[in-house]
Design a protein around this ligand. Structure first.
Ligand code: 2BA
Length: 109
């Protein structure tokens, strides 16, 4: 069994969860925040048998779009000055950042 961890943009999260439910995959959605943009995104935890990993990756790819996002400068006050960006920058975000991990044991009680 594998655990797929997918960080997706909030704008894609409803479409992705609907697609997963339609294809009978179970998932948990976590509200998350990107370390760079400090904007909200959504992290999906999806547990699947090994032979379903590619099918889930296809669903993620079909439902998560790449977007350009303009980032306004973030004030370093009260934060870490090392990561301060002093001018607006355009970054390409997504479609999805995906990690696939081996699951040692899976139990449901
Ligand atoms: P953020 O950290 O907010 O990053 C948003 C986008 O900003 C990234 O898009 C990338 O294009 C850009 N970016 C990130 N760090 C950068 C840096 N140090 N310098 C220049 N540009 C930078 P994505 O790569 O598509 O990532 C989207 C979100 O996925 C990230 O949001 C983060 O929440 C997550 N993510 C990406 N890579 C990750 C990793 N290696 N580990 C954990 N989470 C990751």
């Amino acid at each position: 069994m594998k655990l797929i961890v997918a960080v997706v943009q909030d704008k894609d999260s409803n479409r992705l969860s609907n697609a997963l439910v339609e294809q009978d995959y179970r998932a948990t959605k976590l509200a998350s925040t990107g370390g760079f943009l400090r904007a909200g995104n959504t992290t999906f935890l999806i547990g699947v048998e090994d032979n379903h990993v590619q099918s889930v990756l296809d669903i993620i790819q079909d439902n998560c779009k790449t977007r350009d996002q303009l980032v306004a400068p973030v004030s370093p006050m009260g934060g870490n000055a090392d990561s301060y960006v002093p001018y607006p920058v355009e970054v390409q975000v997504g479609g999805a950042t995906v990690f696939i991990m081996q699951v040692e044991q899976f139990e449901q009680f």
